[in-house]
Design a binder for this molecule. Structure first.
Ligand code: EPZ
Length: 431
C-alpha cells in the first residue's frame, strides 16, 4: 500500500488540468447497459473507481476497449473508451463486487429496464454513514417493479417491462435520480420525477441518455419528465469536468497561497464554493481556459458553511473546506446536512494541530496560526484529500497513509500538486 509524503510551507504556482468527473463517469458507464450498441465516453478519468466499475460491468457482459483495442488495465484518459453491452450475460450483481463500490448498486436500473429482472446485493454501510437505498427501491417500485429483499440482495422483477409513473422523492438523492432516469428511459409511457437532484452529474447523465435516444426534459431542475422509448442506441459523450476536483485544488491554492490556473474547470459547476473562497480571502478570476485562484500573503477569514444539494455548498467539499478553516483568523461553523457521519477527518486534522469541536452535525473550527506535520490517515477520499490540503500549510513533514482512498477519486494528485511547486511524493510499498 502506498503513502504520500508532503512537506508543507510552499506556495502553489502553476497550471492544473482538471480531469473528467468521477461522479459523472460512473453513472454514464452504467448507462452503457441500457443498449446493445456502443457507448463511447471521452474524458473518462483514470481512477481506481472507474477501473473497478469496468470490472463490474464486464461481469454483466459489457465489453470495453480503447480505440478498438481491448484493454487489459487502466483506460487511457486522453482517448475515448468504448463500452458495448451486446448481450447481458448476468443480471446478478454479487456482494463481492457491489461492496467494493456503492455506486455499482445503480446497475439495478438498466438491468431491470432492459432484461426485466435484476438481483443486486445491498451495498452495506460506508465510512460516511449508513447510506440506505430505500429511495432507489421506491422509485423502481413506482415504475411497476416487484421487489423482494432476501439474504442481502434486492431482487427486482418486471417481466412485462416497467411502466411510467410519478416518482416524488421525499429528499434529494443523486443516486435515486440517476436510477429513476435510467429506468424510466426504457419504461412504457410517461414518468415525472419530483424533487429530483439538480447536480451537474444528473444533467450530464440526462444529456448522454438523450443522445442515446431517450426523451428527457427538465434535467437540472426539480421536476424531470421522461417519455419512455422501446430501445436506446449507441452514442458518444464527453464526461463533464470534475467540479469537486476543481474545488479541491481551488481550496488547496487558497490554503497554500500562490496563483493557480485550474484549466478546464467550469465555474458554473461550483459557484457556491467559489463564493465562499472569495469570502475567505482568495481572489478568483473566471477566464476562457478555466478558473484562476490566487491568494497573496493576507490571512484567511473564517466563513460559515452549510452543505446542501446543488446548487448549495457540496458535501464532497466539506472536509477540504474544513481543512482551510483550520488556519482562518477566528471561528467558522461548518454544518453537514447530507451525511450524518461525515466528520471522520476531524480527529486526523486535530493530529496536525487543528482546533475543532463537534456538536452534532456542526463542526466549530477555531483557526490556529500554525499546523504541524504528522502521520495521518483517513477513511474516505474527500477526508483524505482534506489532510493533503492541511499538510500543504503545515510545518514539516506529513505522511498520509491509506492512499488508495485518494486513488479512488483524484487522478495524478501528487503530480498535479508537485507541478505547482508542492513538495509531495508517493512512497510505494507500505502497510
Ligand atoms: C452521490 O452519492 C455521490 N456519489 C456522493 O459522492 C455525494 O456525496 C452524494 O451524491 C451527495 O452529493 C456518486 O455520485 C458516486 P445521495 P449518493 O443519494 O447518490 C440519503 C464522493 O465522495 N438517501 O444523493 O449515494 C443518503 O443517506 C461521494 O464522491 C436515503 O436516505 O448520495 C444521504 O443522506 C461520496 N435513501 C442523502 O439521501 C436512499 O435511498 C443524499 O444521498 C438514498 C439516499
Amino acid at each position: 500500500m502506498d503513502r504520500i509524503r508532503i512537506v508543507g510551507g510552499r506556495e502553489l504556482n502553476g497550471v492544473i488540468q482538471i480531469s473528467g468527473a468521477k461522479n459523472a463517469a460512473l453513472p454514464l458507464m452504467i448507462a452503457s447497459l441500457l443498449t446493445a450498441e456502443t457507448l463511447t465516453l471521452d474524458n473518462l478519468p483514470n481512477l481506481a473507481d472507474v477501473n473497478m466499475l469496468l470490472r463490474i460491468l464486464g461481469h454483466h457482459g459489457v465489453d470495453h476497449s480503447v480505440d478498438g483495442r481491448r484493454l487489459g488495465a487502466a483506460p487511457n484518459a486522453s482517448r475515448p473508451v468504448h463500452l458495448t453491452a451486446r448481450d447481458i450475460v448476468d443480471t446478478t450483481a454479487p456482494y463481492e463486487l457491489v461492496s467494493k463500490m456503492r455506486a455499482s448498486f445503480w446497475v439495478i436500473a438498466p438491468l431491470l429496464a432492459r432484461m426485466g429482472e435484476a438481483k443486486v446485493s445491498l451495498p452495506g454501510g460506508c465510512a460516511i454513514g449508513t447510506r440506505p437505498v430505500d429511495l432507489l427501491i421506491m422509485a423502481l417500485e413506482k415504475l411497476g417493479a416487484s421487489i423482494e429483499i432476501e439474504a442481502g440482495y434486492v431482487h427486482a422483477k418486471a417481466p412485462k417491462g416497467l411502466r411510467g409513473a410519478e416518482i416524488a422523492f421525499p429528499k434529494v438523492t443523486v443516486g435515486g435520480t440517476h436510477t429513476a432516469l435510467m429506468a424510466a428511459s426504457l419504461a412504457h409511457g410517461h414518468t415525472r420525477i419530483v424533487n429530483a437532484a439538480r447536480e451537474p452529474e444528473v444533467v450530464d447523465l440526462a444529456d448522454c441518455l438523450i443522445k442515446m435516444g431517450a426523451r428527457i426534459k427538465g434535467a437540472g431542475q426539480s421536476v424531470i419528465d421522461i417519455e419512455g422509448v422501446a430501445r436506446l442506441n449507441g452514442a458518444s459523450h464527453r464526461v463533464l469536468p470534475d467540479r469537486i476536483e476543481a474545488g479541491t485544488y481551488a481550496i488547496a491554492a487558497a490554503m497554500a497561497g500562490g496563483d493557480v490556473m485550474l484549466e478546464g474547470a467550469e465555474a458554473g459547476l461550483l459557484q457556491s464554493a467559489l463564493d465562499v473562497l472569495v469570502e475567505a480571502g482568495a481572489t478568483i478570476h473566471v477566464v476562457n481556459e478555466g478558473i484562476r485562484v490566487q491568494r497573496n500573503g493576507a490571512g484567511l477569514m473564517p466563513v460559515d458553511i452549510v452543505t446542501a444539494p446543488f446548487p448549495g455548498f457540496p458535501t464532497d467539499l466539506q472536509a477540504q473546506f474544513m481543512a482551510l478553516m483550520t488556519k482562518a483568523k477566528g471561528r467558522s461553523r461548518i454544518t453537514e446536512t447530507i451525511f450524518e457521519n461525515r466528520f471522520m477527518h476531524v480527529q486526523e486534522l486535530a493530529r496536525l494541530g487543528a482546533h475543532i469541536r463537534l456538536e452534532g452535525d456542526v463542526a466549530l473550527v477555531d483557526g490556529v496560526d500554525r499546523l504541524e506535520g504528522a502521520p495521518v490517515m483517513a477513511t474516505d477520499l474527500r477526508a483524505s484529500v482534506s489532510l493533503v490540503i492541511a499538510a500543504l500549510a503545515a510545518e514539516g513533514e506529513t505522511m498520509v497513509n491509506r492512499v488508495y482512498h485518494l486513488d479512488r477519486g483524484f487522478e495524478h494528485l501528487e503530480t498535479k500538486l508537485s507541478g505547482c511547486g508542492a513538495i509531495i511524493e508517493r512512497l510505494s510499498g507500505y502497510n
